[in-house]
Design a protein. Structure first.
Lengths: 111, 111
DNA sequence: TATTCTTATCGTATATTTGCGATATAAGAT
DNA sequence: ATCTTATATCGCAAATATACGATAAGAATA
C-alpha cells in the first residue's frame, strides 16, 4: 500500500509533475517572486518578507533548489539565492507544449 | 504545529499553487492527456490506461474536478469526464503572467 | 579565543497525499 | 426482484509535506 507508482509514468510526466510540485505551495511562489523582484541575490531577507520561521523558509528554498528552479551559492557567512532562468524557461515551454498539444485534439467541452 | 499558513499568502498565490498542485502528480497529468486525446468524454476506460486501481483513479479525478480543471456528468450508469477548457485557459494565462512578470525585473542569473 | 550573525540541518508533531480493498450506490439488464 | 456493471466513497496503512524550535556549522568580528 501507498507504494510509489510515480515511476510507472513517462519521464515527461514525471518531470512536469515535479516542476508543478515545486509551485504547489504559495510560499514557494512567493519566494520565486521575491527572488525575481530583487535583482541581486537575496538571502535571509526572504525570511523577513514571509510569515514563516527561518527553518521553514530554508526548507522551501531547498526544495526549489532540488527541482532546479533556484540556484544557491555560499557568500561568506550568508547564502545567496537566485532564479535559474534556464530551468524556468524549460518549465515554461514544456507546460506550453502540454497545453498546446492537448488543445490540438479538442477544444470543445462536452460535459 | 504544522498549522496551515497558506491563508497568509495572497489570493493569486493561493490560486496558482492550487492549480499547480493539481498537476503535481504524474497520474493527473496522464489523465488530462487522456481526456484531451479522446474527443468524447471517457469514463472508466481511464482506469484501463493507467497502472492504478479504480478507486485511486476516481480519487485523482475528484481532485481534478475540485480544482475545476475537469468537468464531470453522470451519464446513465457511468460517469463522463472532460476537460474544462475555460479553467485550463485561465490557468495557462495566469502562469504566463507570473512568468512574464518575473522576467520583466530580471533576466540574469547571479549565482 | 570568544562572540555574534547567518543559514542549514535535526528532531519532532501534525496534516495531507497516495494507494488499495471493501463496500455502497445507482442504473440497466435478465 | 435480482443480477450485473460502473463508479463513488469509506476505512485504513504508509509515505510525504508542512511547520517549528533547537542545535550545529561556518565565517566575520570583538
Amino acid at each position: 500500500m501507498a507504494i510509489n507508482k510515480k515511476e510507472s509514468f513517462t519521464g515527461k510526466e514525471q518531470e512536469l509533475s515535479a516542476f508543478a510540485k515545486a509551485l504547489a505551495h504559495p510560499a514557494r511562489i512567493a519566494i520565486l517572486k521575491i527572488l525575481a523582484r530583487h535583482n541581486e541575490c537575496i538571502c535571509g531577507d526572504i525570511v523577513e518578507l514571509l510569515p514563516l520561521a527561518q527553518s521553514t523558509v530554508s526548507q522551501h528554498l531547498k526544495e526549489l533548489k532540488n527541482t532546479g528552479l533556484v540556484l544557491g551559492t555560499i557568500d561568506g557567512p550568508r547564502s545567496c539565492y537566485c532564479i535559474n532562468w534556464k530551468a524556468f524557461e524549460k518549465f515554461h515551454s514544456e507546460f506550453g507544449n502540454l497545453f498546446s498539444s492537448m488543445k490540438i485534439k479538442n477544444e470543445k467541452a462536452c460535459c
